[in-house]
Design a protein around this ligand. Sequence first.
Ligand code: KG4
Ligand code: ZN
Length: 335
Amino acid sequence: MKQPVILGIESSCDETAAAVIRGRTLLSDEIISSASVQAKFGGVVPEIASRAHSDAVDEVVLRALRAANVKKEELDAVAVTYGAGLLGALLVGLSFAKGLAYGLGIPLVGVNHIRGHLAASYLEDETLTPPFMTLLASGGHTAILHTKTKTEFEVLGGTLDDAAGEAFDKVARVLGLPYPGGPHVEALAREGRNVVPMPKMLKGMGGFDFSYSGLKTHIINYVHTKEQRGEAWSKADVAASFQSAALDILADKTVEAALGRNVKTVTAGGGVIANGYLRERLQEQCTRHGLKLVLPAKKHCTDNAAMIAAEGLIRYEAGDFSPLSLNAAASIPLR
Ligand code: KG4
Ligand code: ZN
């Protein structure tokens, strides 16, 4: 059977990305990032992001087709992120994808960005099939999901306030680290020790829900108190202590959920899954309990178009095409 060739386009935040897949095989994976421009402003400025996407979208798509050695006429569908994200940014990728699909006379497949993160694991292991327990941890979402089929999942629990990535970004700010904070906190944590007491609340909560705002407030108070008293404190130790408090719970609860539901495989997705400490904790826990762990490559955890193509393939196979009137959506509920 002929494997569909799908172009994925992603432009929800500050990465303009395009990728081509043939079936589950990734043929190319290109990205043009405006993160270094955004870093000067300490976060993503929507207007700057939209203009950067507009500059980059045709170039990144051409690069992806060239690297895949695929002519645009060979494409079977164009998959594109339509939400959630920054409206102006989404509209650039979406409008480009619509024009391309219309011009080529092939289906447009609108992809939910978060479902893209969840589909990234399929690229890592071509034999991977549900059911599995999935940890989603990005800048906007943190949840544990029971993935039942390629298109159905049940949310078992998640953050009650900030997402894990958001907590990393906020703590990075307190520590004077640049945006996006996650990778900088991780690097600093490697030089520190887990010796700063963190609130117990995180571990004490029942079910599969968790909260990050208390942890963040605790760190702000710790730093202010130390500075007011003129006492020495170690940024690296705070980073290491925060990182283990914030991430141990994710690994523990995901594995607990898998064991509770008798699910033998664990997958994950989202920018925070690029964190080496979290990847090690998940591996340790899964090995201990005899579970199979499939993690996307680090570059497929943070925003990319390969995952959009992967989710696009699932939609394409289900015949779930989008009309050319599809609009961008700033938020799409997870629950
Ligand atoms: O999935 P993603 O790229 O974008 C969203 O869809 O939100 O996630 C971005 C988030 C940011 O908050 C960033 O700080 C965090 O993922 N992140 C990390 C790491 N790399 C990215 N957090 C912890 N450790 C990392 N290595
Ligand atoms: Zn994302």
